[in-house]
Design a protein around this ligand. Sequence first.
Ligand SMILES: CCCCCCCCCCCCCCCCCCCCCCCC(=O)SCCNC(=O)CCNC(=O)[C@H](O)C(C)(C)COP(=O)(O)OP(=O)(O)OC[C@H]1O[C@@H](n2cnc3c(N)ncnc32)[C@H](O)[C@@H]1OP(=O)(O)O
Ligand code: FAD
Length: 667
Amino acid sequence: MATTTGVNSDLAKERNNSTFDVEELSNFIYRGPEKVKRRRYLHNLATKDPFFRKFKPWAFQTREEQYEICLQKHLYINKKCKELNLTEPVDKFFYTEAAAPHENSPIGLHTVMFIPTIEKQGTEEQKKRWLPLAESLKMIGTYAQTEMGHGTFIRGLETTATYDPRTREFILNSPTITSMKYWPGNLGKTTNHCLVMAQLYTQGKNCGIHMFMVQIRDLETHMPLAGIEVGDIGPKFGYGTNDNGFLRLSNVRIPRENMLMRYSKVLEDGTYVKPPNAKIAYGSMVLVRAAIVTDAARALAQACVISIRYSAVRRQTEVSPGGEEAQIIDYQTQQYRLFPLLATSYAMYFAGRFMYDFYLKTTAEIEGGNLDSMPQLHAISAGLKAFSSWMCSAGVETCRLCCGGHGYSHASGLPKIYIDVVPGCTYEGENNVMMLQVARFLMKMYGKLQNGEALPTFMQYMSTDLNKKSCMTEEVALNCLVMAYEHRAARMIRDAAASMEKLVQSGKSPVEAWNGSTVMLTWAAIAHCHAFVTKLFVETVVKSRMDSKVQSALTSLCKLYAVHGIVENLGGFIQDQFFDSKQVKILQKKLMQLLAEIRPNAVAFVDAFDYPDEVLQSCLGRYDGQVYQALYDYAKSSPMNEKEVLDSYYKYIKPAQNGKYQQYSKL
Ligand SMILES: CCCCCCCCCCCCCCCCCCCCCCCC(=O)SCCNC(=O)CCNC(=O)[C@H](O)C(C)(C)COP(=O)(O)OP(=O)(O)OC[C@H]1O[C@@H](n2cnc3c(N)ncnc32)[C@H](O)[C@@H]1OP(=O)(O)O
Ligand SMILES: Cc1cc2nc3c(=O)[nH]c(=O)nc-3n(C[C@H](O)[C@H](O)[C@H](O)COP(=O)(O)OP(=O)(O)OC[C@H]3O[C@@H](n4cnc5c(N)ncnc54)[C@H](O)[C@@H]3O)c2cc1C
């Protein structure tokens, strides 16, 4: 029975029954007790700061208020980060996630893409000129690449930057309606500068797409400059806090020094100097793709916290007539929907940790002049970005559905998380397109394998003997699970390659053969990413040092991740009889056992993510489980309840009850 004060008794029982110390697991997730302490300190700074609590809740704000309030919050965050000397990205990330949870920043693109692009693509002189202005917000900028007509195919962008050697200027133009920049975050109303991706023309030749710094608004009045038409694109599925914008450029002249020239250059006379690798200009996209993995993991983790705590508190339906109603977490169907997502949130967190480290290591090499790992970084970041945003967005929606009716209310906090995470499937490269980039890399690797060339370590599984059968026994060993994923990926890569080969042999061109095989190529890329994430999870639990009880519980969760993925995608695993029917039964049985094994630790697993209530902003996911009182308070706080009788009653309902409809004819 739930009490109305203190911690809900069901939730308290759950916490008593867990088999491991939650603090130990938090220490493992966040890489040590010192880091947990630091994260809590940063969360506390934000959640205890009265500034962030003075605004009405996000769900009760109009679009204009969402923008304005979020802008104030992020400008304040910016000021506090400086005062507190928070310079590390991880510190800023934790402080921000607590200060403005899932509220996409009106100066976010400035921080996440504008400044990093100057840092990575600018010359020393350009960095010296722009970075201090950008840091002090005198320049507020965005990354303006996507156009109304082209987002994916960036070589097809239509904006032009034509070099005029007489004045040593570039002239920027949006020659068609489809060439107008459309979607860049913060562009509509906030920014006064843009990094514009445009086709470079010099000495009568097109040299491909390059980045140019363009001032779009007056620094004093904030009015658009001559030749600039700019504005907000209007309401969207979410992202109400963000003024995604449009931009039309008409004969806008900028000095030659405004082309980002660290790698490619245009000399004064108009001579073009090529970069060492044309794709180096895509580096800012790679950075954000890498960051999206952690961002998506965090969204799913928070959704699991809400949904699993609520499932422990919520009771529905007497199991035997007249008996006690069961906690909904005890229904096997609820466990089957939620626990694999819990496992996925851990898998994605570890993938995010890996991605961040790999990004830092590889970009350091690139900056040192060694570009060898660029293709790997591109393939891994594109694949993990797509895989994590797909899995986590779908997972958040399932968590919402698992909360029944209350999941549909903003009081649950789940819709806000969903609309914040789901555009990650589209921005920074639409997911299907990203998976095809992965497939392109896989086909290259397959070619190397055929030629007997060496493969990078993470691709060596491709040389597996595809006639081999699974080693799976009743024990369901982790290594047999990894082998299954790698077998499936290797076979799908081979099948996709064979499909292309067959089409070529039938007279199709390589491009036609590629287009005729993209579904199989996408299957192969997804299978590869699934294998990659599973292996990473397994290696994390097997090789890392941690408390033995935590390790045992985490091993069950990892096994669930792997077994569930096989059972849900069985076709791909049995197509070549890799598993026989006896082994399939073993896996199905193991899946049910694992659900039962994880059940006593479900709440502890979500508690270990250590998200304070102020971050979750959910009546259902509260640490104390007092969900009903919270729902009642939430309903009472709705602006719709400020008056007992709304004006609309007198204006519309009352007259209608009296058969009077004249007010409509006035319209
Ligand atoms: C434990 C907790 C730790 C916490 C730590 C956290 C720290 C992190 C802090 C930060 C957190 C912040 C959270 C972030 C949340 C996110 C908020 C984001 C807000 C929204 C931002 C949205 C911005 C945008 O959307 S910008 C626009 C993005 N646009 C795209 O992505 C366009 C997609 N299209 C493309 O990329 C290309 O067109 C592509 C790749 C599809 C094709 O390119 P192209 O036409 O040039 O290709 P081809 O000529 O066909 O050549 C292909 C060839 O090129 C290679 N290649 C392509 N790209 C790259 C690359 N980037 N690098 C290297 N190589 C590349 C490709 O592999 C091919 O090679 P081949 O050898 O020829 O095969
Ligand atoms: C919230 C949000 C914020 C954004 N912020 C920014 C920003 O700050 N700066 C910026 O420049 N842009 C931004 N964008 C734009 C974003 O990067 C693009 O929308 C994205 O890259 C997808 O491109 P697209 O819209 O042209 O989709 P399209 O390419 O038109 O995709 C439509 C469909 O066609 C398919 N498709 C397209 N090409 C291929 C192909 N080659 N093979 C197979 N299928 C294909 C896709 O899979 C998809 O299903 C933002 C978008 C959103 C939603």
